[in-house]
Design a protein. Structure first.
Length: 301
């Protein structure tokens, strides 16, 4: 049986169909209609097209930039605001005549890398997406751990740990709070910090490239960034102690992170020891849609 994954984003809806062994059999994208019923129509048409071409029926999982409330059964916290307040899993299930599983896209990322990606075979996987914003997800034994409130992994909206005096009350987050981890370690936060120090760059990747060319301002910005990232991840290690941390998103492509981070983490982890692997993802931008497919495990039908 096929494993069909849907990545429902703000600009595109992507479908991937996998074999039970994880081989990609079909992939297609459509622009996201910014209206609820039209979004259901688009997903239904993609699933029907995939199953028709492959002459097989599949399980369906959907990754969204939000969560389904375990209390109301309605989508909440989605920046694709037109799906908020709707029972997306039930509505799609009625159209497709089967159970549809819906999870946060960062949790899908964690599941993808846990099943057959950079964290394959690991029990507790913390997946971090660092791009324009910052999100995270948690997979345990290859399955999403959403938690009782459906917000498992949302550590990016906790305050930056061990803040210095000049960091207190220095950032405003879209969630309404100050000094959230996201405002410091997202790509946006990295660029903001560099700009405040007198630099100007379009992305964290560009800042890292300038550091490699020997620019002092970029080097200092990266040193602040890697220390903040270490503090943020040490917080997770102190609470959860995952088997592996997988980084995704644009900032994860900065190669200097991986040799430097292990030397800084023990400074903040309780006991002064830390060998938690922090690794780059394998599937890149495809990890979320693959993880949506793996919301149904290999032995489920």
């Amino acid at each position: 049986m096929l494993r069909i994954g849907i990545d429902l984003g703000g600009t595109k809806i992507e479908l991937v169909a996998l074999s039970s062994e994880g081989e990609e059999l079909f992939r297609k994208r459509l622009p996201t209609p910014r209206e609820y019923i039209a979004t259901l129509d688009a997903i239904e048409s993609l699933v029907n097209e995939a199953e028709s071409l492959l002459d097989d029926k599949g399980t369906v999982g959907v990754g969204i930039p939000g969560v389904v409330s375990p209390y109301s059964g309605l989508v909440k916290n989605a920046n694709s605001t037109w799906i908020n307040g709707h029972p997306l899993d039930l509505d799609l299930g009625k159209r497709l005549n089967r159970e549809v599983r819906v999870a946060n896209d960062a949790n899908c990322f964690a599941v993808s890398e846990a099943v057959d990606g950079a964290a394959a075979g690991k029990g507790v996987v913390f997946g971090v997406i660092i791009g324009t914003g910052c999100g995270a997800g948690l997979a345990i034994n290859g399955k999403v751990h959403g938690g009782g409130n459906g917000i498992g992994g949302e550590w990016g909206h906790n305050p930056l740990p061990w803040m210095t005096a000049d960091e207190f009350n220095s950032t405003e987050c879209f969630c309404g709070n100050q000094d959230c981890i996201e405002t410091f370690i997202s790509g946006t936060g990295f660029v903001r910090d560099y700009k405040q120090a007198g630099g100007n760059a379009p992305s964290g990747i560009e800042i890292a490239q300038r550091m490699e060319r020997g620019e002092l301002l970029a080097t200092e910005a990266f040193e602040r960034y890697i220390d903040r990232l270490a503090r943020s991840l040490a917080h997770v290690i102190n609470i959860l102690d995952p088997d592996v941390i997988v980084l995704g998103g644009g900032v994860s492509n900065i190669e200097a992170i991986y040799p430097q981070l292990p030397s800084i983490l023990p400074k903040y982890v309780l006991g002064g020891e830390c060998r938690t692997p922090v690794v780059q993802n394998i599937y890149g931008g495809s990890s979320g849609v693959r993880g949506a497919a793996w919301l149904w495990s290999k032995n489920e039908a």
